[in-house]
Ligand binder design. Structure first.
Ligand SMILES: NC(=O)c1ccc[n+]([C@@H]2O[C@H](COP(=O)([O-])OP(=O)(O)OC[C@H]3O[C@@H](n4cnc5c(N)ncnc54)[C@H](OP(=O)(O)O)[C@@H]3O)[C@@H](O)[C@H]2O)c1
Length: 306
């Protein structure tokens, strides 16, 4: 594994992390504790130290599976990133709550679910600009930082071209941007990444496999179960994406190379990107995703220097 500094935080993060939206049950599977343990143990064995979760991946369900795991392992070795701003009601149904009081309640629920007394990175979860521009919210969160419940604040931007929240990050003491970035969607390169670089913000590239489409295993016309979030993606645009994936596979991916490994390394080669957080359904996917590090040199502006 390789490690990078997450922006101006003191966090040394593995360049491949584990995204855990799938633990909340919206990717066609439900997880037992043993299955979640196996994924996280595999990640730890490979030097992965970053977990990304959220309050609304299930009603704190993903956090609870992670918390149960952490309670039996060395919590200190992990960098736990979670998020605030939503209540989960049922599969694919959430309501927003970015109010200062509501977020304090969510923070306490997240700490309880994660069975920890601190969160390493607490991220504004894809909320609108008017709720981001709420001084009371950030002042309240800063008090939680002072109290030691949060180590660092971050922002997960909804649209991956959201320059308003990116540019406003330093002002609200948010030190990392989480953003959709992958070989099919390069929008952050234009404005978001330059702003991250100039503010020295860490960047977590989410959806780095384009929801799995960039793994190369799906062909145009692929169908997903109605408990898999991809069932809700627009069929025409998925078809176009999968046709583009076929072209990329033929023209850009070296023969014989696993396309998921290649696609993650592609993200990690950008100077602004600190880490990728692919969702991993099995320990085997963790192994394949971690192997992207083999394609990455130590010559990156954020490479960890010990
Ligand atoms: N608003 C937000 O803040 C937000 C939104 C979305 C995601 N996120 C975070 O970002 C993480 C990653 O995004 P994502 O899970 O939506 O998309 P993703 O990482 O692009 O795709 C994940 C899916 O790709 C497939 N996959 C993973 N590794 C693979 C491999 N090695 N080979 C083949 N297939 C593989 C798996 O599904 P199949 O095997 O079923 O194909 C997996 O569920 C999430 O888990 C979450 O932590 C945050």
């Amino acid at each position: 594994m390789k490690y990078r500094r997450l922006g101006k935080t003191d966090l040394k993060v593995s360049i491949v992390g584990v995204g855990t939206w799938q633990f909340g049950g919206e990717w066609g599977l439900t997880y037992t504790q043993a299955e979640a343990d196996a994924i996280l143990d595999q990640a730890a064995d490979l030097g992965i130290n970053l977990i990304d979760t959220a309050e609304c991946y299930g009603d704190h369900l993903s956090e609870s599976l992670i918390g149960n795991y952490l309670s039996r392992r060395n919590r200190e070795k992990w960098i736990v990133a979670t998020k605030f701003g939503h209540h989960f009601h049922d599969l694919f149904t959430r309501t927003d709550d970015f109010s200062a009081d509501g977020v304090i309640k969510q923070l306490d629920d997240s700490l309880k679910s994660l069975q920890t007394d601190y969160i390493d990175l607490y991220q504004f979860h894809s909320g609108p600009d008017d709720l981001f521009d709420n001084d009371l919210l950030w002042t309240t969160l800063d008090k939680q930082v002072q109290a030691g419940k949060i180590r660092h604040l971050g922002t997960s931007i909804g649209s991956n071209a959201n320059i308003h929240q990116t540019e406003g990050s330093t002002k609200v003491n948010s030190k990392a941007i989480q953003v959709v970035y992958n070989r099919l969607d390069r929008a952050p390169e234009e404005l978001v990444f330059p702003s991250c670089t100039s503010q020295d913000l860490g960047v977590l590239a989410r959806v780095p496999l384009a929801s799995g489409y960039l793994s190369g295993k799906y062909k145009p016309g692929a169908v997903f179960s109605n408990t898999d979030v991809r069932h809700r993606h627009d069929a025409d645009s998925v078809k176009l994406k999968l046709e583009e994936v076929q072209r990329i596979q033929q023209e850009e991916v070296p023969p014989g190379m696993d396309m998921a490994k290649w696609a993650l390394a592609w993200c990690l080669k950008h100077d602004a990107v600190t880490t990728v957080i692919p969702g991993c359904k099995t320990p085997e996917q963790v192994v394949a995703n971690a192997s992207a590090t083999e394609l990455i040199s130590d010559n990156h502006p954020q490479a960890w220097k010990s």
